[in-house]
Each structure stands twice: as structure tokens, then as C-alpha cells.
Design a protein around this ligand. Structure first.
Ligand code: F6P
Length: 341
């Protein structure tokens, strides 16, 4: 079998572990040939690829980023790939394409699959918002980084009797804010799924200080927003990939809390630190398992599907199920977290 693999969209710790696992399983167990397209679908469209063998994936398990490079692509160019699926498949002699990516990549994968390309998707995103899988690799690393940041911020916040507003990634889903907030013992968690009222945060912080506590930490997802009419907050422009350019909820909220409380507040934007560097052991294992199952699915002819984690088992789910909607934080998960605020 000739297998094409690519990594597309925002990078994520664990991508290299998938590439390594696909290559090992394909070569060692099946005698396949593996090629890796560079910079996601761009490489597929522009004929940029290289052969992957055991040497080329040696030593990459623990490395962050992706050895193949990644890129976001405008919808029109993704459509171009789908329109030319037959030609692309023939040009590269592909028996299967394994695109590793988030919602945008899996949507493109579905388009290619519908257009006749045999595709097995592998979901990735630090946001953990892909429907159809309990977890995506990268999420555990992001939560670990954000949790460590909260732990560290608490000591400096307490020394200065400050409020720290820690902004974490999470465009449409607040999974990182929820889990890092819980693990780090944040005093407030704001997620995109549930508009917040700054007045609630103010009363909670005042109550803490009245009890003799000398600091507070609020963990806010980048996509969180205040409830209508509670606080000024601008909507950002939409970029060419269809993503809103956020105007900075962390900084805006810190200013608002400082003004309302009369206490110093500082924003800390964790940004891409959450996405860079070595994957955690959990993410390496999950990524490796997804790679293994993707190759097996290809050999069984389970195309138009992606790997998914259900409980402890890796299964295959139709790409169609994965892209219908995002997996967002349910209200009961927020209620569990709130019991300790
Ligand atoms: O989708 C993953 C993600 O990390 C989001 O959490 C974040 O909003 C976005 O990517 C950032 O994208 P970029 O790297 O293009 O700024």
C-alpha cells in the first residue's frame, strides 16, 4: 500500500508521535510505503512530499510540533483539493491519505473522501473539541502547561495581593479552561459556552478577600465573553480562514476587575506556549495508538472514518459524525467545577 500522511491546521503536541507510529506500523507490519506531504494540504496541492522510513521518524516521539510542517488553508484551496481528488490520488499513487488535524482538516478530509480519495482521518487539537472522540491528543499537554502556570501564578499573586486573569486557548470550547482551572484550583473559570457576568466574579473575589485570602486567580478561555450588557467587550474581525481575531478577553477582564474591585489585577496570556514543546506521556500514547489504528483501518478498507477514543478503546467513527458539531463543555461539568469556588 502507498500511504500519504499530512499534518494540517494549528500544530499540537503528539503530531510526531502519530507520524512515527503510522510509519512504523505501515513499514514493519505491512511492508507499505509511506510519504509525508509538507505543510498540510498545501504540500498535497503543490507536489511537495518526501518518503518516510524508520530513519526519518527516529527520535521524534517526544518532539513537539510536526516534522512535516503544518499550515492552515483557505476554504477555496481545500475545495480545489477536493475537486482534484481523483487526479491527486493518481499523481501520487495513493492507496490512502491519512490527514491529521482538527475540525477544519477533518472537514477537508470528508470533502476529499466524498470526492473519491480513500481517507482515514486522525483527530488532533489541544482544544479537545472534536465530536465523536472522548479525547484528542495535545489536550493533556495544554492542560498540564496551563495548570503549571496557574500554580506558579498563585505564589506571585499572593505576594502582591493581586488578581491574576489567566487566558488559555479554547476558541469555541472551554475544555482547557475547565480542566486547567480545576487542576490548578482557580477561583473562577470562564468558558465560551456560558457567558459570564463580571459582577459575579467581583462578589466572589471580594468575599475571598473578606475571608482573609490575599489573592485570586481567574482562568478564562480566549473565546469566553461577558453576558450581554454586563461589560464592554468588542467582537474581532474574521480572518481569511474564518476565525475571529479575538480582541483579548484576558486583558479586558483584568482591567474591568481592577476598576470594579480597586485591587491590582494582571492578565497573563498563555497563548502558543500551550501548544509548543514536548507532549505528555498521555498524549504520546494516545497519538501512537491513533497512528496504529489508522494504518489498520486503511488495510481493512475503513475509509471515510477517523480514529477515536471511547473510554479506553480506540475505535473508528465516520468523519461525517465528527464534523457535524463541536464537542463543547456541558453545563454539568461546569457545575462540578463550581462546587469548589
Ligand atoms: O485550534 C487550536 C488553536 O490552538 C486554538 O485554541 C486557537 O484559537 C488557535 O488554534 C490559534 O491559531 P493560530 O496558531 O493560527 O493563531
Amino acid at each position: 500500500m502507498r500511504i500519504g500522511v499530512l499534518t494540517a491546521g494549528g500544530d499540537c503536541p503528539g503530531l510526531n508521535a502519530v507520524i512515527r507510529s503510522v510509519t512504523h506500523r505501515a513499514l514493519a507490519a505491512h511492508g507499505d510505503e509511506v510519504i509525508g506531504f509538507e505543510d498540510g494540504f498545501r504540500g498535497l496541492l503543490e507536489g511537495r512530499y518526501r518518503s518516510l522510513d524508520l530513519d526519518s521518524v527516529s527520535g521524534i516521539l517526544a518532539r513537539g510540533g510536526t516534522i512535516l510542517g503544518s499550515a492552515r488553508l483557505e476554504r477555496a484551496r481545500l475545495r480545489e483539493a477536493a475537486d482534484n481528488a481523483g487526479e491527486l490520488r493518481a499523481e501520487y499513487g495513493l492507496d490512502v491519505l491519512i490527514p491529521i488535524g482538527g475540525e477544519g482538516t477533518l472537514t477537508a478530509a470528508r470533502m476529499l473522501s466524498d470526492a473519491g480519495m480513500p481517507v482515514v482521518g486522525v483527530p488532533k487539537t489541544i482544544d479537545n473539541d472534536i465530536n465523536g472522540t472522548d479525547r484528542t491528543f495535545g489536550f493533556d499537554t495544554a492542560v498540564t502547561v496551563a495548570t503549571e502556570a496557574i500554580d506558579r501564578l498563585k505564589t506571585t499573586a499572593e505576594s502582591h495581593q493581586r488578581v491574576m486573569v489567566v487566558e488559555v486557548m479554547g476558541r469555541h470550547a472551554g475544555w482547557i479552561a475547565l480542566e486547567a482551572g480545576m487542576a490548578g484550583g482557580a477561583h473562577g473559570i470562564c468558558v465560551p459556552e456560558r457567558p459570564f457576568d463580571p459582577a459575579d466574579l467581583v462578589s466572589m473575589i471580594e468575599e475571598r478577600f473578606n475571608r482573609g485570602k490575599r489573592f485570586a486567580v481567574i482562568c478564562v478561555a480566549e473565546g469566553a465573553h461577558p453576558a450581554k450588557g454586563t461589560m464592554e467587550y468588542g467582537v474581532g474581525e474574521i480572518d481569511k480562514f474564518g476565525h475571529e481575531r479575538f480582541t483579548g478577553i484576558g486583558a479586558t477582564l483584568a482591567r474591568e476587575l481592577e476598576a470594579r474591585l480597586g485591587k491590582e489585577a494582571r492578565p497573563v496570556i498563555l497563548g502558543h506556549v500551550q501548544r509548543g514543546g514536548v507532549p505528555t506521556a498521555y498524549d504520546r500514547v494516545l497519538a501512537g495508538r491513533f497512528g496504529w489504528h489508522a494504518v489498520e483501518a486503511a488495510h481493512k478498507g475503513v475509509f471515510g472514518h477517523m480514529t477515536a477514543l471511547h473510554g479506553t478503546r480506540v475505535t473508528m467513527v465516520p468523519l461525517a459524525d465528527a464534523i457535524t458539531h463541536l464537542k463543547t463543555v456541558p453545563e454539568d461539568r461546569m457545575q462540578e467545577a463550581e462546587s469548589v469556588f
